[in-house]
Design a binder for this molecule. Structure first.
Ligand code: MTE
Length: 331
């Protein structure tokens, strides 16, 4: 099996190549012991306290988890902003950046319901307020065999879940993207996906310290095309699990049917963990193209293929969640 375990000592700090102020300001911390969910968060400023005004960067972002290999330098911002999948804005990679302008991510509310003791409909600001904002530098591996390395700013999903007190019968958490056909041109296309876009996680997956709800990227609030104002990031799973612009989070007993599974159950499953040994029916998952990677550019000049890692390189952190499951099976 292609599992490449990296020790903390293997992890290099990454000086970032692209343009930004960000690049000069930041160095990436080494991984050891820095799974931020396990760090006492009480003394940190809350995420709402550091929400920037338009055009400003986030203040006081705590360094979170970053575990990257030798070939992983941060993807250039222009790649992250202009090569997207967000079918609500159209199905080609350029559509979201082109069409997401009229979308209004604020004001925003999130409904939390289902099998929990503290349901409610909560404003975006109150939703994030109790939580510390962290920077997490993660690989993102799309099921279409391309990848990027993205510096997210976000809050721990596990901490969010605790706050709503799921009941014993809750086994999964289900997420829903907003439906606003008047602002989302792809939702007006009858031949597109069924809406709302749905995703789900088993509750113990959602509680894993790697799982975050991102509200920022590169130190700025999320761009519309990246899922503003709040989206899921689970770096050990294929990118489609990262449901964008979340308006509803429900605690449920039954495994939710996610959008891509409904669309094509022969090709997409619920768990969808990155696995180089289980090919997509139409292509190999053993390797990936790093978009904007070193030696490559955004389009046309894409970096050479690189090996895909089991659980996208996060096996140490998440493999125990799937003990007893046959990893060669398509889920
Ligand atoms: N969420 C919604 N609501 N709609 C989508 O079409 N696409 C998914 C995921 N989340 C998608 C979505 C896919 S296939 C990927 S690879 C990632 O978002 C891409 O995230 P990015 O555009 O920020 O790179």
């Amino acid at each position: 099996m292609l599992i490449r375990h990296k020790k903390a000592s293997d992890v290099a700090s990454h000086e970032i190549t692209p343009k930004d102020v960000y690049v000069n300001r930041r160095r990436f911390m080494q991984a050891s012991g820095l799974i931020a969910g396990s760090i006492a968060l009480g003394a940190l400023p809350s995420a709402a306290a550091v929400l920037p005004a338009k055009g400003q960067k986030f203040a006081d972002v705590k360094k979170g988890y970053s575990k990257l290999g030798d070939t992983d330098s941060l993807s250039p911002p222009e790649a992250i902003y202009s090569y997207n999948n967000y079918y609500e804005f159209g199905s080609s990679k350029e559509d979201p950046a082109k069409n997401a302008g009229p979308f209004k991510p604020l004001p925003w509310t999130i409904k939390v319901d289902g099998l929990c003791n503290k349901p409610g409909t909560i404003s975006f600001e109150d939703f994030i307020k109790p939580h510390a904002l962290e920077e997490r530098v993660y690989r993102m591996r799309c099921v279409e065999a391309w990848s990027m390395v993205i510096p997210w700013n976000g809050i721990s999903l596990g901490e969010v879940i605790k706050r709503f007190e799921p009941q014993g019968s809750a086994k999964y958490v289900r997420f829903e993207t907003v439906v606003r056909p008047e602002e989302m041109v792809g939702q007006r296309d009858r031949h597109n996906l069924p809406w709302p876009y749905i995703e789900g996680l088993r509750l113990d997956e959602a509680a894993n310290p790697l799982a975050i709800l991102a509200i920022g990227i590169y130190g700025d609030p999320l761009l519309n095309q990246n899922g503003a104002p709040i989206r899921l990031v689970t770096p050990w799973k294929y990118g489609f699990k990262g449901v964008k612009s979340i308006v509803r989070m429900s605690f449920v007993e039954e495994q939710p049917k996610n959008t891509w599974q409904v669309m094509n159950p022969g090709e997409y499953g619920f768990y969808s963990n990155v696995n180089p040994e289980v090919d997509h029916p139409r292509w190999s998952q053993a390797s990936e193209r790093r978009i904007g990677g070193s030696g490559g550019g955004l389009r046309g000049l894409i970096a050479p293929r690189q090996e895909t890692l089991m659980f996208n390189g996060y096996a140490e952190e998440v493999a125990q969640l799937y003990a007893g499951m046959d990893l060669k099976k398509f889920y």
